[in-house]
Design a binder for this molecule. Sequence first.
Ligand code: PGA
Length: 260
Amino acid sequence: MSRRPIMAGNWKMNNLTSESKSLIEGILAGIKDLNESQMPEVIVAPTFTSLSLVSDMISGNSKIALAAQNCHWESSGAYTGEVSVEMLKDLGCSYIIIGHSERRQYFSETDEMINKKAKSILAGGLLPIICCGETLEQRESGVTDEHIASQIRAALSGLSNSDIAKSVIAYEPIWAIGTGKTCDSVEANRVIAMIRNVVKEVSDSSTADSIRILYGGSVKPATIEEQMSMSDIDGALIGGASLKADSFNEIITNSMKVAV
Ligand code: PGA
């Protein structure tokens, strides 16, 4: 089964609108001459404050899609500071990243909240990018697989197989995020194949074959080719290296050297 790769840039809490403007201009210039049929799906996830601007700048361009970095599961109401799926859809988002380890760690997001967000995103016609990953301590104590399997089971609980098939998962070992220390590709592929197996257990094999599972954690232009040559890695969620158009564009073009 061939799954279309995804290269997604997670800009995190970076960039004023003027900086987002030059970054997206640089990315658009870099992908302009690429053959769309050979390209991965390119996604950018700016902060809420830059979504409208970036949305306008990529409007009508089928080579690039917009993601938000978070949402609330309720559609509206007295939730000061929160943003709903419908509001993000209104701005042109197609994807919403949920359950990033930074949100789990610093904002106490639980598996239950992530599951509610996934349901709300899919009900609203958008697609979730569901993040999971283990701490260094969990890895060293040998509980990586059971921890990740439980995060995935909780996130997908109650979703239909067709909704699961459309969703995206990102495996991001926490110790590899922003540290410059990428997870060995063979090991990342092993964990991602394990995740695919968990997806199969909660759905069926065609759903597990369809869902795209990304790797994230210090992805760079120099690492992406090897990562994309692995059987189960369907793309990357890129933080630091997505903040410069040159390195993000190089990741996109390097990923295209690998036949899928
Ligand atoms: P990084 O971040 O590429 O800077 O390690 C990845 C992420 O957190 O999504």
